[in-house]
Design a protein. Structure first.
Length: 475
């Protein structure tokens, strides 16, 4: 039966209104600033109360300055930054537990927040009682919480502790219950501030799977974590805070790269201060220097960071015949060729690469230093790249070979050259890191060698036994 023109117009208007609703911001942060008054002595606080407006007995600390952004319905945004950058303060303002000094925040929808560990819980109440308390805070009736309580208890998986006072819980049990309560009460907006970091790996996996499921249903997620991989995979956009101000706002991949650049700058500043302290009164210890090369293109510079004492000037993906190739099948030999230019005399180098899927998931990372460590630990003979010295102006080319066991996907190659200052991991100075250094695609031949997932485990099957249903004899 054909619909009338009037009904068609009404349907179009309804669909347009749904699309408009999906693009409307559910969180609007406009010009937010937060200032704390810092008193050197307790009595100064009393003096300030008595002499308000006449004299100031405190110092101002601006935790946030002029922060503005919007989050739309169903979107997931990550907030990252170093300790003290203002992340938790911003989340508390969005959640409504803290008032800004300047600016406005508008939030539309039911908000659940996992902020400081245990916040919103009464330590003397049992886990069961706190579940009902949190439900009431979120505006739910007792019957509504009762209908969801079995799901809360199952997800928290803390057994008999659900009826024990929360003050007897370990930190892991506390976050289990807190997360279970918040997600099972089905909020419109979920704010998570690093709380999942204290859970065990199995529970974290369960949490991330639940977050993905809720995002698919339209949940708006505001997620704070120091785990860069989680931010890249769980969120589509990210905000980088530095000293209480916005340093970057954009796609998660771009903002995470800027965060790594920020961490590199901080590490470099710290290293230079150590060198200056060690060389005070002596000119024998040279401070690190940075140089630039015409070989680094403008696009490369936008996707890279480092001290540039050495730099990645080329990265190519080759096949077994050393020919440039962009498509591989499982079982093919893959060669990643990285060329490094030395801008000063150096040794103790590590040339390496990282593979990411198009979803931003880190698949694999490896380098010459990994191979060196294996040689040192095994005692086997082999060329140690770390021991080699290179002169300024030399170009060092390294080929990395591996048999392709990757699943069907599009892959990004990230290339690096670093100085490993000690014979163990953890004492690294990044000389040059390049995102999007190269790309390639892996296809799976369904008629010859088919498998699912992110990698080929080369599994094999064999019949171990056949039992007769009549005699029970095992052949």
């Amino acid at each position: 039966m054909s619909s009338s023109p009037e009904l068609a117009v009404a349907d179009s208007a309804l669909e347009a209104s749904r699309q408009d609703a999906s693009t409307e911001p559910v969180i609007s942060v406009r010009g937010i600033s937060k200032c704390y008054e810092i008193y050197d002595k307790p009595i100064d606080r009393l003096k300030q109360t008595l002499w308000r407006g006449k004299r100031r007995y405190y110092r101002e600390f601006w935790a946030l300055r002029d922060i503005s952004f919007e989050v739309r319905r169903g979107e997931s945004i990550g907030i990252i930054g170093r300790n003290g950058s203002g992340k938790s303060t911003l989340l508390q303002i969005i959640a409504g537990t803290l008032r800004p000094t300047h600016g406005e925040v508008e939030v539309h929808g039911r908000v659940a927040a996992l902020l400081e560990l245990g916040s919103g819980f009464n330590p003397d109440f049992t886990g069961r009682e706190n579940a009902f308390l949190n439900g009431a805070i979120l505006g739910m009736t007792k019957p509504e919480v009762e209908r969801r309580f079995d799901a809360i208890a199952a997800f928290a998986d803390i057994g008999q502790f659900i009826d024990m006072p929360v003050k007897t819980y370990s930190t892991g049990m506390l976050v289990r219950l807190a997360f279970a309560v918040q997600i099972q009460l089905e909020p419109d907006i979920l704010i998570v501030d690093e709380a999942l970091a204290v859970g065990d790996s199995l529970f974290q996996k369960r949490c991330y799977q639940k977050l993905e499921e809720m995002r698919a249903k339209g949940l708006t997620l505001v997620f704070v974590s120091h785990d860069q991989e989680s931010v890249r995979t769980l969120t589509t956009r990210a905000l980088l805070l530095d000293g209480g101000q916005v340093r970057a706002l954009g796609s998660s991949a771009e903002v995470v790269l800027e965060y790594r650049r920020l961490l590199h700058e901080a590490e470099k500043s710290y290293s230079e201060s150590v060198v200056k302290a060690m060389s005070r009164g002596s000119q024998t210890v040279p401070a690190p220097t940075a140089s630039t090369s015409s070989g680094t293109s403008q696009r490369s510079a936008a996707f890279s960071f480092g001290d540039l004492d050495a730099e990645v000037i080329a990265c190519k993906v080759l096949n077994e015949e050393r020919e440039p190739t962009s498509v591989f099948n499982p079982g093919d030999l893959v060669v990643i060729r990285i060329a490094v230019l030395l801008n000063r005399d150096m040794n103790h180098l590590n040339v390496g690469f990282r593979l990411r899927s198009k979803e931003g998931v880190k698949i694999y990372s490896w380098g010459t230093f990994n191979q060196d460590v294996e040689i040192w630990e095994s005692g086997h003979e082999g060329t140690v790249f770390w021991d080699k010295a290179f002169a300024k102006g030399e170009i060092v080319t390294v080929d990395f070979e591996f048999v392709c066991r990757l699943g069907q996907n599009f892959y990004e190659v990230q290339a690096l050259v670093a100085e490993e200052q000690r014979r163990f991991f953890g004492a690294q100075r990044m000389l040059h890191w390049r995102d999007e250094a190269a790309f390639f695609h892996v296809q799976v031949l369904t008629d010859r060698h088919f498998f699912g997932g992110v990698c080929d485990l080369c599994a094999r099957a064999q019949i171990s036994s056949v039992q007769s249903p009549d005699t029970g004899v095992v052949k």
